[in-house]
Design a protein around this ligand. Structure first.
Ligand code: NAD
Length: 366
């Protein structure tokens, strides 16, 4: 079986026929869940994360602690650090890279545009270069986003739909990632899969996301802002439960063709794939709040406001037919049940004494 300690004596190879996966953004919400799922079935996982302070680092550290307990080797470092990547790839023969590290969030970009370019564009190219030059070349699966559909108003969104009008800087960098993925596949034969996640939520989630900050505000008795479009229409999202997204990520890794190219040589059998990973049932934000009120047994103070131009789109809705046919992806958790799991986790986590560490002081996007 995989033993993270073997990383120190150069035995992390693929001879045992297992996957050995580099998960970037492993201390993040999605990364920590997928890393644990891979470990559970015996795959080798090395996590890389720079533990940035976009949201409370205590939460990232707590997730990383869980990973270490389960035998994930966690490296504190940046995907832009090419020397670090070179050392890691020399030490471990990765069969796959699951690239989730990114500057996430749509609204933060207003004041921090270059953070997105740094992690989502420069960082991705640094990782692609390292993968291209590796022998063997790992198959790459990376997080794109439903935000690439931008101002497309043809719903539900299918993979072949236009992505010509990204509405935010975040979306623009994810679209850039998809273009880069295509180029590295075309020129160097890297096997690459882009996963367009649709508003992922669940236990160990991200405090900057609406469902999380709404929960906190309801618990603490603060008002929440619910945005409306110019004609009174409510914002709706295709909220997707973390366990469903984890299954989609694992199936993408399992079906990624092994790379045959190496050291920059072209792998002619390489795949270039794009999949939506959504839930297929968009829910209005007001309904999300009602479900939270029910699970928390407490009323929210709702402030309905006109939608500011922050780069958010009004509506997302995934067509997942392609992922169903090629990955066997079928989302099974509805919002009501998924939020029940989230609220239970939230109440335990903040009861356990980590609360003050993980509080949102200094960062209030909503
Ligand atoms: P997250 O912020 O919890 O996780 C990202 C992790 O990457 C963080 O732990 C962060 O510290 C790390 N990171 C950021 N920049 C880095 C860098 N330069 N080097 C190393 N580590 C770095 O976000 P998440 O919700 O888990 O999202 C995972 C991926 O999925 C991201 O690429 C995100 O853009 C994408 N995505 C998420 C959602 C969602 O709803 N959660 C939706 C669409 C797309």
């Amino acid at each position: 079986a995989w033993d993270a300690s073997s990383c120190t004596n150069n035995e992390c190879d693929t001879q045992r026929g297992e996957m050995v996966v580099l998960v970037t953004g492993a201390a993040g919400f999605v990364g920590s869940h997928v890393s644990l799922a891979l470990r559970e079935r015996g795959d080798g996982v090395v996590g890389l994360d720079n533990f940035n302070s976009y949201y409370p680092v205590a939460l990232k550290r707590a997730r990383a602690k869980n990973l270490l307990k389960d035998g994930v080797f966690v490296v504190d470092g940046d995907i832009n650090d090419s020397a670090l990547l070179e050392r890691l790839f020399a030490l471990v023969k990765f069969t796959h890279v699951l690239h989730l590290a990114a500057q996430a969030g749509v609204r933060y970009a207003a004041h921090n545009p270059l953070a997105y370019v740094h992690s989502n564009v420069n960082g991705f190219v640094t990782l692609l270069e390292q993968s291209k030059n590796s022998n063997p070349q790992p198959a790459i699966v990376f997080a794109s986003s439903s935000s690439v559909y931008g101002l497309n108003d043809k719903v539900p969104f299918s993979e072949g739909d236009t992505t010509d009008r990204p509405a935010s800087l975040y979306a623009a960098t994810k679209k850039a990632d998809e273009a880069l993925a295509h180029t590295y596949n075309h020129i160097y034969g890297l096997s690459i899969t882009a996963l367009r996640f649709f508003t992922v939520y669940g236990p160990w989630g991200r405090p900057d996301m609406a469902y999380f900050s709404f929960t906190r505000n309801i618990v603490e008795g603060h008002a929440i802002r619910i945005f409306q479009g110019p004609h009174g229409e409510e914002l709706a999202r295709d909220f997707t439960f973390i366990d469903d997204v984890v299954k989609g990520c694992v199936a993408s890794l399992d079906t990624a063709t092994p790379s045959t190219g190496s050291g920059g040589r072209k792998n002619t059998a390489a795949q270039h794939r794009v999949f939506n990973l959504g839930n297929t049932h968009p829910v209005k934000v007001g309904t999300l709040v009602s479900i939270l009120e029910k699970h928390l047994n407490k009323k929210a103070i709702r402030h309905i406001q006109p939608m500011p131009n922050t780069g958010d789109v009004m509506y997302t809705h995934a067509n997942v037919t392609k992922a169903r046919l090629e990955l066997g992806y079928t989302p099974t958790t509805n919002l009501e049940l998924g939020l029940k799991h989230f609220v239970k986790w939230y109440q335990n986590y903040y009861k356990s004494g980590s609360a003050h560490e993980a509080s949102m002081s200094g960062y209030k996007p909503y």
